[in-house]
Design a protein around this ligand. Sequence first.
Ligand SMILES: Nc1nc2c(ncn2[C@@H]2O[C@H](COP(=O)(O)OP(=O)(O)OP(=O)(O)O)[C@@H](O)[C@H]2O)c(=O)[nH]1
Ligand SMILES: [Mg+2]
Length: 448
Amino acid sequence: MLKNKIQTELQNKVNKKIAPLFSKYDIDFTSLESGMKWKPIVLIIGNYSSGKSTLINEIIGTEIQRTGQAPTDDAFTVITSEGSNRPKDVPGSTLINDDNLPFVKFRKYGEKLTSHLCLKNIDSPAFENMAIIDSPGMLDATTEKDRGYNYMEVLGEFAKMADLIVLMFDPHKAGTIKETYSAIRNTLPEKSGEDRIIFVMSRIDECDNISDLVRSYGTLCWNMSQMTGRKDIPHIYLTYSPEVASTQNTSELWPQERTELMEKIHAAPDLRLNHILEDIDRQVNELQIVCEAVAEFNRRGRSLFMKIGKITVAIGVGLFCFGDVLTNSILSLPRQTLISSVRGGTFSLGNLLLPLIFLCATLVLGWIFYNNYGFKKLLRKTLENSSNLVNRENEYRRNLWNKMQGKIIDLVSNSKAKDIWIRHSGNLNKIQRFLEGDLKKYYDKLRS
Ligand SMILES: Nc1nc2c(ncn2[C@@H]2O[C@H](COP(=O)(O)OP(=O)(O)OP(=O)(O)O)[C@@H](O)[C@H]2O)c(=O)[nH]1
Ligand SMILES: [Mg+2]
């Protein structure tokens, strides 16, 4: 309950202090917003027939999901307890239009996904504060294209919302883990995403013997080290469903980590607040790097403006004093120059006319030069080498840059010459204060 209170408080703070900045820099805020809104989510993904629905039925204790040897599920099914106010089955079209649910963002994937999305409202106290999502099993790359929506991207979107992702494989398809993993990895926070995913090799009872199992396990480990680039292999849960296991005496023959896996899944809600903090942390850091880059571009624009301005003013003053001397010697106009009128004590306002015209014309030309040439050149040069807009001193900053580069280039290339006067330091301070003050406070609260 205390955690719920902290979550609401944090949500209010983000909406008040940070949300307006996201829209200022044209950064999508909806995923952060929807992430904070709903209950903890466990997402089950993996190859078709790897035992996803069987595991879910086991967790819930009823045959809520259909199971079968051929590809069975072609829909994303959200299973949760929403109370008696909601019907037992809620179609995708309702889900994507309900602002209180985090599925509005799926609207953009169109009718094909909407008709393959649904919510099953079950009567179970354990699921009042938790939802579990069953997903269509992964097929091969060519068949994926026939779904009519970008399956991998949608998977990534679900992964972003999830507090725990269970990635399931069976011994027959241990080699196809890579695509699924890379689809979700990029969507998770850089530093901590790893511990949101658990790897499960299911249906191990179907291995004929231990050496068969070891071979499959070895393939899986090899693929994992290839995709994570790490030598340490994360824990892989080796499980089977006792209810459908094919071998007799399975308990004696095979290791079984099903209970531990179940405990992990049931403990997922506890990770919720931490994940919300990590997500906010990641997105506010993304916002910060965008803000820094735009601020740097504007600073360069102002410094160029000052440089051109100084030269323009120097020329303007020169022409103000001596321009009429020049025209006088060439065209004999004006008859009396400003300097000679001052010297001869015959100065009148009329003597200022031509010098002022010179001065104003120079200033106007300077502005035109800055506007039509200087600023455009600066813009071109900056875009050619945009990566030096911000410091990218470490891996974390470089990754942030890679992720936000497109947005930064968009913002910079759409900026106008007059925009250089927009100061971003106030926004940067706000972001910094939020990261170092508010967010830290919540991390500490969570630890205590
Ligand atoms: N022997 C054995 N069979 C299993 C196990 N888990 C699931 N099965 C069977 O494997 C088949 C596929 O299981 P599902 O739970 O439907 O697999 P899924 O991952 O949901 O598949 P899709 O919905 O098609 O993506 C079913 O016939 C299950 O009865 C297991 O641990 N051992
Ligand atoms: Mg299924």
